[in-house]
Design a protein. Structure first.
Length: 317
């Protein structure tokens, strides 16, 4: 397992446990009691550490390389998944994966960012940073779902839209704006989930849903802490301060009513038990989907628009 900087004491204990297990296997020595004692210590330390994570530490957890990605959620939650490629204009952007499938018996259109699991797949998926054709593909699939009255499920995990010159030349800002417009315009249920990073317009392009869920240790912000630090402090060393100021944690965003529900993660983060994380998220999605499917399309659209317009209102005294 890959351990984060603040997890060093936990890593040392788990290293000792692993050594004892190998010793027990090789010498047939019964040291189960010592292993159990150390495991209880690890659990206690994990609980203490993860109960008081700083925003910067949560950013590290949200970016953990072993954290489940879009492809993991699709594999475990969506049966008969059929990927649909291309924006019918320029190319197929592999940073965004979308397609039809069945979520617990319900037909759904699934769209999301894929970061990749190793060097080769990360390069293939451009680290989850979509170009204009990716957002135009997302828009095309949402419109298709709307035409056939199929609910849409989006999973967000991106540091932000790709900032390259070629992306800007092909209309990155316009593509993101059109994708947001489509999110707000469709008449079918739209459930969005922040599963890791929710960075900038690249995230909101898929996240303007009737219900926005967010994993407990995910982050969601207008800009990355490093990007904010480089602009405001002129130094990447201020990323920790930027993370504090951005209010990017699930707990902060729930209090601000930017998201609707926090989905709990296993002790130590989603990367420690992906199966439980994915199953728990599936339960939350199923509950929200059942409620939304009972609401008429025009009402769904009106409520979605009102919800996001309300976030920009400032009370006058």
């Amino acid at each position: 397992m890959n351990f984060l900087d603040f997890e060093k004491p936990i890593a040392e204990l788990e290293g000792k446990i692993e050594e004892l297990r190998h010793l027990s296997d090789s010498d047939e020595i019964n040291i189960a009691e010592e292993i159990n004692r150390l495991q209880l210590k690890v659990d206690k330390l994990l609980r203490a550490t993860y109960s008081k994570l700083s925003p910067w530490q949560k950013s590290q957890v949200a970016r953990h390389p072993d954290r489940p990605h879009l492809s993991d959620y699709i594999a475990r939650l969506v049966s008969d998944f059929t990927p649909l490629a291309g924006d019918r204009s320029f190319a197929d952007d592999k940073a965004i994966i979308g397609g039809l499938g069945r979520f617990r018996g319900q037909s759904v259109m699934v769209i999301g960012h894929e970061k990749g699991h190793d060097t080769e797949s990360r390069v293939l998926h451009n680290f989850g940073m979509a170009k204009p054709e990716g957002y135009r593909k997302a828009r095309r699939l949402m419109e298709m779902a709307d035409h056939f009255r199929i609910p849409v499920l989006t999973l967000v995990d991106t540091a932000g839209a790709y900032p390259g010159v070629d992306a800007e030349a092909r209309g990155q800002a316009e593509a993101i704006a059109r994708s947001i417009e489509t999110c707000l315009d469709i008449r079918v249920p739209l459930i969005s989930v922040i599963i890791g990073e929710g960075g900038s317009g690249g995230a909101i392009a898929l996240a303007a849903g009737n219900v926005v869920l967010m994993l407990e240790h995910a982050i969601y912000s207008v800009i990355s802490p490093e990007g904010c630090a480089s602009i405001l402090w002129r130094s990447g060393d201020a990323a920790k301060d930027a993370a504090e100021a951005l209010r990017l944690t699930a707990q902060d965003l729930h209090a601000l009513e930017v998201i609707d529900e926090i989905v709990p993660e296993p002790l130590g983060g989603a990367h420690r038990n992906p199966e439980v994380t994915i199953s728990t998220l599936g339960d939350h999605i199923e509950r929200s989907l059942k409620t939304l499917c009972l609401i008429e399309g025009g009402v769904l659209r009106a409520r979605r628009r009102e919800k996001f317009l309300a976030m920009g209102k400032v009370g006058l005294s």
